[in-house]
Structure formats: structure tokens, C-alpha cells
Design a protein around this ligand. Structure first.
Ligand code: SAM
Ligand code: DTB
Ligand code: SF4
Length: 326
């Protein structure tokens, strides 16, 4: 019988570190499942109420027609997922969606745009959206692609609380998935956002055909950023017809839960979001994800363009598991 590896002293697991090595992270992934989950749950309890889950709602404020070629994404002009490209929404329509999200129990409202980077009048309109959503008493989050320093400071002034900008995969695998921008482009925007004092929301996607070594590498890069992102979305690839990854094999469920557990151990004080992919997960699988340390979800029937569990199903799941909104 394999004995649990005494790879990491448990006493050091609750400290926030930014110097994780690939070898240490690999050892965590290699732990027996029960051992890994136990450690992750201990770390989780040292930092959070284990029964509280932060709730965000997403709205696609500008859908489709994106010039980037991300292989997973239905909104890229390089693929044909049958989406009708839309213009940027009106401010009033966004504000009413935000009100509805707040009434349904969301504490954060995330506005996503299918842009490589925002420009001109459209950017001005997003600033207005941020101000207005904030006035509704919600935390604000946006994901608009790459930003320069001036744009970041304008968003900060408008009252943006979080900016989502994912590393998406490992630096080694990045070029297999996206060719229209580089890993370093991603880091540059993240630096601007962090330096302006906006909370960083940064994570990635698993199940794109990457090796475990890539998941190790991606989590290591996230954990070794100058500061841990406040929010770490872990998306399970949604295989959308018409995208190059539509035929990708689904990632093994246990491996997905391991990824969340390792993220929890590496970034003990961050919210780890069980992000895209929940529609295809059973209640039992989601329960394991919460046990592994996930403590944030997207709530509401739609992500950006694909489905999310309906709110009645999520309410029933919270009730069954005794979870409550954070
Ligand atoms: N265009 C901006 C960008 O890419 O930074 C913001 C919007 S983009 C849709 C936000 C994130 O959604 C991506 O970074 C990716 O992690 C996630 N995403 C997109 N398509 C996905 C899919 N099919 N499955 C899982 N996650 C997906
Ligand atoms: C993130 O990491 N996941 C969300 C949010 N940030 C913007 C988006 C998931 C999108 C899933 C595919 C879609 O609905 O288009
Ligand atoms: Fe564009 Fe973002 Fe989709 Fe990439 S993930 S194609 S940048 S909307």
C-alpha cells in the first residue's frame, strides 16, 4: 500500500506563499485523493467559513465578433459557433440586469465583453456601467480584454472592484490554444490592474487537452504572481460546437477536483471559483468541489453565451449541502 507522501509540512500549508516550485505542486497533485482533500479542507477552514459561498452573476455586455483566436471560445470570429455578433449593450439594460441579479442574491456583478481590448466611446460607456452598477450596491467586476494604464486608472476611478483576466493555461501550452496574443501580454494587463489597486480575478480553464504538468504549471504561475489573485476562477472547458476544442475528451472528474484542491492549498486566502462547466456536473461532483475548497460560483441561468445551472437547481443544491451565500 502507498503511504501518504510526507512531501510538505502541514504546518506551512496555511501560510500565504509566492514561491511554490513545480516539484512541490506536482507532489500535491500526486497525493492520495483523501489526503489531498483533507489538507485542502483544513486550509480552507483556516481562512473561510466552510459553508459560505460567494455568488457572482455574469452578463455578456458585448457578445461575439472577437478578433482573438482562443480555441475554446465561441465568441471568436475565427470559429463558427453560430453566434450572432452583437453591439455593446445600453447602460440602462445593464443596470436592470444588475438589479435583478442583486434581487436574486448576487453580491458581485461581472460584465464581460468579447474584445481584444476596449476602445473609444465603447470604453466610456463601460465606465458609466461600472458607476451605475456600483450605485446599485453591488461589487463590480469587468472582463474586457487587454487594458493600458490609462484605462485601468479610469476603471478604478469609476469604482471597479475586480478585473477578470485569466492566464487560461500554462505558459508552455499557451501557444497551442491562442496565437493572437502572448502570455506576456496577459501578465502586462495583470500588472497594470494590480498596481492600480483593483482586485485581480485570474484563473484558467482545464480540460483543453493539456497535461497534468500544464495544470501544475498554470497553478504555480497563479500562486507565484506578486500577490495572489483575490478570486481564482477554475473553468472546466465547455465544449462548444464550432470551436476547435468541440471534440476534446472531457477531463476526468477526480482530476478536476484535484485541480481545485491544489488551487485552494496554494492560494489559501483567495476565493476559488467553481466557474464554467457546472451544468455538466452532478450534485455529488459539485459537493466534492466545495469540499476541496471552492467557495465561489456564477449564479444565474447563463454564463456569457453558454448555459449555467438554473437558479432553482442551485438553490436546491445549497439547501441540500447547508451552504449559504457569503
Ligand atoms: N475577452 C476577454 C478575455 O478573454 O479576457 C473577456 C471575456 S472571455 C470570454 C473570459 C474568460 O472566459 C476566458 O478567459 C476563459 O477563461 C473563459 N471561457 C471562454 N470560453 C470558455 C469555454 N468554452 N469554457 C470555459 N471557459 C471559457
Ligand atoms: C471566467 O473565468 N469564466 C467566466 C468569466 N470568467 C467571464 C466566463 C465563462 C465563459 C464560458 C463560455 C461562455 O459562456 O461563453
Ligand atoms: Fe475573445 Fe475573450 Fe473569447 Fe478569447 S476568450 S475569443 S479574447 S472573448
Amino acid at each position: 500500500m502507498n503511504q501518504p507522501t510526507a512531501c510538505l509540512s502541514e504546518t506551512t500549508e496555511n501560510t500565504v506563499r509566492n514561491d511554490w516550485s513545480r516539484a512541490e505542486v506536482t507532489q500535491l497533485f500526486d497525493l492520495p485523493f483523501n489526503e489531498l482533500l483533507f489538507r485542502a479542507q483544513n486550509v480552507h477552514r483556516a481562512h473561510f467559513d466552510p459553508n459560505a459561498v460567494q455568488i457572482s452573476t455574469l452578463l455578456s455586455i458585448k457578445t461575439g465578433g472577437c478578433p482573438e483566436d482562443c480555441s475554446y471560445c465561441p465568441q471568436s470570429v475565427h470559429h463558427d459557433a453560430g453566434l450572432e455578433p452583437e453591439r455593446l449593450m445600453d447602460v440602462e439594460a445593464v443596470v436592470s440586469a444588475a438589479r435583478a441579479a442583486r434581487a436574486a442574491g448576487a453580491s458581485r456583478f461581472c460584465m464581460g465583453a468579447a474584445w481584444r481590448n476596449p476602445k473609444g466611446k465603447n470604453f466610456e460607456r463601460v465606465l458609466e456601467m461600472v458607476e451605475r452598477v456600483r450605485d446599485e450596491g453591488l461589487e463590480t467586476c469587468a472582463t474586457l480584454g487587454m487594458l493600458d494604464e490609462q484605462q485601468v486608472s479610469a476603471l478604478k476611478q469609476a469604482g471597479l472592484d475586480y478585473y477578470n483576466h485569466n492566464l487560461d493555461t500554462s505558459p508552455e501550452f499557451y501557444g497551442e490554444i491562442i496565437t493572437t496574443r502572448t502570455w506576456d501580454d496577459r501578465l502586462e494587463t495583470l500588472t497594470h490592474v494590480r498596481e492600480a489597486g483593483i482586485n485581480v480575478c485570474c484563473g484558467g480553464i482545464v480540460g483543453m487537452g493539456e497535461a497534468r504538468a500544464d495544470r501544475v504549471s498554470m497553478l504555480c504561475e497563479l500562486a507565484n504572481l506578486p500577490e495572489h489573485p483575490g478570486s481564482v476562477p477554475i473553468n472546466r472547458l465547455v465544449r462548444v460546437e464550432g470551436t476547435p476544442l468541440q471534440q476534446q475528451d472531457e477531463i476526468d472528474s477526480i482530476e478536476f477536483v484535484r485541480t481545485l484542491a491544489v488551487a485552494r492549498i496554494l492560494m489559501p486566502a483567495s476565493h476559488v471559483r467553481l466557474s464554467a462547466g457546472r451544468s455538466e456536473m452532478s450534485d455529488e461532483m459539485q459537493a466534492l468541489c466545495f469540499f476541496a475548497g471552492a467557495n465561489s460560483i456564477f449564479y444565474g441561468e447563463k454564463l456569457l453565451t453558454t448555459g449555467n445551472p438554473d437558479t432553482a437547481r442551485d438553490d436546491a443544491l445549497f439547501e441540500k449541502l447547508g451552504l449559504h451565500p457569503a
